[in-house]
Design a binder for this molecule. Structure first.
Ligand SMILES: [Zn+2]
Length: 497
């Protein structure tokens, strides 16, 4: 792991916040440090308000922003004195915390501050960087993870036992650091969660993250926890993929995109003893809102396996709930024993996010297996985060669902492609006429998105209920799509008039 800090680029940063945006993006661009909205950063600064008074504020990453693409307006300015007072409270409910933080913001139109705002405030340095670095969470998610962490870092870092994110985490750190000499620390490792580094210098804070993660990576290597996947060929029946996607769509009650991952890593992982290693739980708690706690394990009887997943999910809910409402119990990803993995999303973007998280998780689990064994948090701990209102709020920030979201269309010719896309459908163009070229498009579509719901040929729209015994110039396309279309999700035809 190396630093991407460029003094020349940093020189162009005129304000504290500019530099904060710059180094946040440096963290965000490395997927082994943070993934899709994970992690958060902050900078403490002084601003002058309209009345000419100067105020200490914490600019902290806003909820829903991604470090890789964050802009200045992605940071919420919260008054430091309010945050520090909140840290002294014995208890603080989530609702009160969110409300008080919003009240303490100097810009009411800024996004909600990260759930870790109070924790950032109590760390007595200008810059604070928080990541869910793969190497660090791999080590902390093993048997004896805490001892290994101490072995790597000695007294350079403070090791914080796992506790749920938010106020209780801030409170624990506040209590644990009363007598700590902060200047002697390079960072904090949060067990089963991630890493914090800090400094009054933006470059140093970023580079401490790089340095500490590098030490963790070297430790993994030295101890033989390296990834070894043979190059794999996977054989999977395309109709089985379409059938799985149809059943998952039925369970979710909406058309769902299903991405088949047949990378060497995914196939290798699917060939392991998945009953043991794949059902432990996520690498860091906030992945759960994307992936759910565990995957569905699919073998020869897909329907029975999905039903088993739903039954077990409901049991997990019942065992841990305290009056929350059951989320949809369908899986968000699945292991197709021996042939790869699947990720399910309401649209391609969501399914891709899950696929990315899966890949990092598979790699971490395989490495952890070589380091004493993967040991994720308990189901109870994961449940608390999955059903935490502040985590669920992160998902609600997304755009409104488009009418054809999750639908997959193959379009011959130009007609209707734009309309389908505008309504949220995935559109695959196919102007091929040769049979083998059409097969290739069909295969790519089913593997990349899960199936086929709509075929447009000569401007005519075909859906699962259509009579396909018709004559168009794209007869071969219709013929090849027919078995998949039968397994597709229906769209009311009035939408196409
Ligand atoms: Zn975190």
């Amino acid at each position: 792991m190396r630093s991407f800090y460029d003094d020349k680029e940093a020189f162009g940063c005129k304000t504290d916040l500019d530099l904060r945006v710059y180094t946040s993006r440096l963290l965000g661009r490395d997927a082994s440090l943070v993934l899709h909205g994970g992690g958060n950063t902050s900078v403490k600064s002084t601003v002058t308000n309209l009345l000419g008074e100067s105020e200490e504020v914490l600019y902290v990453k806003g909820s829903g922003w991604d470090l890789a693409t964050i802009e200045a307006e992605g940071f919420a300015p919260v008054k430091m004195d309010a945050l520090l007072k909140m840290a002294e409270l014995k208890e603080l409910s989530d609702t009160d915390m969110v409300a008080q933080q919003r009240l303490a913001m100097t810009n009411p139109s800024a996004p909600n501050p990260s759930v870790e705002a109070i924790l950032h405030a109590i760390i007595p340095f200008k810059f604070v960087d928080h990541t869910h670095a793969d190497a660090v969470v791999t080590i902390t998610n093993t048997y004896g993870g805490e001892e290994k962490t101490r072995e790597i870092y000695g007294d350079r870092v403070l090791v914080i036992p796992y506790i749920m994110p938010g106020f209780v985490l801030a409170k624990l750190v506040y209590d644990m650091t009363r007598d700590v000499v902060w200047e002697e620390l390079d960072g904090m490792v949060l067990m089963n969660h991630g890493l914090f580094t800090f400094s009054d210098d933006g470059k140093k804070s970023y580079e401490k993250t790089i340095e500490l993660v590098d030490a963790a990576e070297k430790y993994l290597e030295k101890n033989g926890a390296v990834l070894e996947c043979e190059s794999a060929t996977s054989s999977v029946d395309l109709l089985t993929l379409a059938k799985i996607r149809k059943e998952v769509s039925n369970l979710k009650g909406v058309a769902t995109i299903s991405i088949f991952n047949e990378s060497d890593l995914a196939v290798h992982f699917s060939k392991q003893d998945v009953e043991k290693i794949a059902v432990q739980g996520p690498l860091t708690p906030d992945h759960v809102i994307r992936t759910k706690r565990v995957p569905a394990l699919l073998g020869d009887d897909v329907s029975a396996d999905l039903a088993r997943f739903v039954k077990e999910y409901k049991e997990y809910f019942e065992a841990n709930e305290h009056g929350e409402t059951l989320l949809n119990p369908a899986p968000n990803f699945a292991i197709l024993r021996g042939s790869g993995t699947l990720s399910f999303g309401a649209n391609a973007k969501e399914a891709n996010i899950i696929k990315d998280i899966n890949e990092h998780t598979f790699e971490a689990i395989l490495k952890a297996q070589k380091l004493g064994g993967y040991k994720a948090l308990s189901a109870k701990d994961i449940f608390e985060v999955e059903y935490w209102s502040l985590e669920q709020a992160k998902l609600k920030n997304g755009a409104k669902t488009a009418l054809l979201s999750g639908k997959i269309a193959i379009v011959a010719g130009l007609e209707r492609a734009d309309m389908l896309k505008a309504q949220g459908a995935v559109v695959v163009r196919c102007d091929a006429v040769k049979s083998e070229e059409i097969s290739a498009v069909v295969e790519r579509t089913v593997k990349s998105f899960g199936g086929i719901d709509i075929v447009v040929a000569d401007g005519e729209v075909f859906t699962p209920s259509s009579d396909l015994d018709t004559h168009t110039a794209h007869q071969e396309l219709l013929k090849q799509c027919a078995p998949f279309l039968k397994l597709g999700v229906e769209t009311p035809h009035q939408l196409f008039i």
